[in-house]
Design a protein around this ligand. Structure first.
Ligand code: 5AD
Length: 356
């Protein structure tokens, strides 16, 4: 047994490690320790969730965005992005189709689009809530006021995804323009959880300037914050952004981190993301084998799908689409899993931790 194996063993047994040990595992990673961690993470996922993979129907309903994040293809300053918005009727039609296909969670994701005022968005949430009472509604629409988060929750939203992008303020400032504020984002996450949402955070892997020390802080933040869900994926450059020439993050490191996150937070809902599936053709299956238990196929209408381009080469017409549940089921079967037709709620009871 090498020293890294001993640390991996300790992590699998105790679901935590001192920062120094996490750093050793990240900095010293190699193919063998990666296999070892993945086995442990997969076994833990199996113990907690069995072989059932939760599916979420992703509806990318607007690519208008008032923000200007340096990495993102739908940033405000990208004049080449063809902007679109789905109507309420479009969104409900996506849900209708999704329901028929077996989805019991709808994720409404979009840029920070001022058109979707609280009035418009609560109206849409209420309509989905009324039409699909046995489904979970997840929102992923960025930073909003506490009143807005509350109104959306009262309208029937159950969950909220807001990636923090990086847990290190100086690094946050490297990825975002001055108008965006690290503390404000973290505050949004705390508010969301306090209101009662099942809350998801997350970060990009291999974003420009990210170091192993940053990754240790990511893991520490996750362990402290105890989110219900964690979304991570490799940073992938987009040609019409300031980060066009930056190297992308790798599928390998993303898979490694998925395993570490499963072992740190055994019950967390952990998707194998589209970005991971873009970085490697079999990325999502390998994500499952590394400890992930959620996939989020695309339910957006085909006509708009290629316009929601956060990064180059995003997969959008093939088997990642919700319409191909059979392909997905086959892919999941190839790694010993099956798709669950259920809301797939978090097993983590919401705790109102005073510190957060
Ligand atoms: N590469 C990978 N992920 C990206 N995101 C945005 N732009 C990129 C990119 N270029 C991620 C961010 C955001 C989520 C919706 O997509 O983490 O929160």
């Amino acid at each position: 047994m090498t020293e890294l194996h001993t640390l991996a063993e300790q992590l699998a047994a105790e679901h935590d490690l001192p920062d120094k040990a996490l750093h050793a595992l990240i900095a010293g990673r190699n193919a063998e320790i990666q296999r070892y961690l993945a086995q442990r993470a997969e076994a833990l996922r199996q113990k907690i969730y069995g072989n059932r993979i939760y599916i979420r129907g992703l509806i990318e309903f607007t690519n208008h965005c008032k923000n200007d994040c340096y990495y993102c293809g739908i940033r405000r300053s990208n004049g080449k992005a063809q902007r679109y918005r789905l109507t309420r009727a479009d969104i409900l039609a996506c849900c209708e189709e999704g329901y028929r296909l077996g989805f019991r969670t709808f994720v409404l994701q979009g840029g920070e689009d001022p058109y979707f005022t609280d009035e418009r968005l609560t109206d849409i949430v209420r309509a989905i809530r009324a039409g699909f009472p046995d489904c979970a509604i997840t929102l992923s629409v960025g930073e909003r006021s506490v009143q807005s988060y509350r109104a959306l929750f009262q309208a029937g939203a159950d969950r909220y995804l807001l990636r923090h992008e990086t847990a290190t303020k100086a690094h946050y400032d490297r990825l975002h323009p001055p108008a965006m504020d690290f503390e404000r984002r973290m505050d949004c996450l705390r508010q969301l959880r306090r209101i009662g949402y099942q809350t998801g955070c997350g970060f990009m892997v291999g974003s420009p300037g990210q170091t192993d020390e940053h990754l240790v802080r990511e893991l520490r933040f996750l362990k402290d914050f105890q989110p219900h869900m964690v979304g991570i994926g490799p940073f992938l450059p987009h040609a019409d952004t300031p980060f066009r020439d930056q190297p992308g993050g790798t599928a390998e490191l993303t898979l490694y981190l998925l395993s570490l996150i499963r072992l740190l937070l055994p019950e967390v809902l952990l998707p194998a993301t589209t970005a991971l599936g873009t970085a490697a053709g079999d990325g999502r299956e390998r994500g499952i084998r590394a400890g992930a238990n959620v996939v989020m196929p695309n339910l957006s209408p085909l006509s708009v799908r290629q316009k929601y381009m956060l990064y180059d080469k995003k997969i959008f017409t093939g088997e990642e689409s919700a319409q191909c549940v059979a392909c997905l089921a086959k892919r999941m079967a190839s790694v010993g899993c099956e798709i669950a037709v259920s809301r797939g709620d978090s097993l983590i009871r919401t705790q109102h931790n005073d510190f957060y």
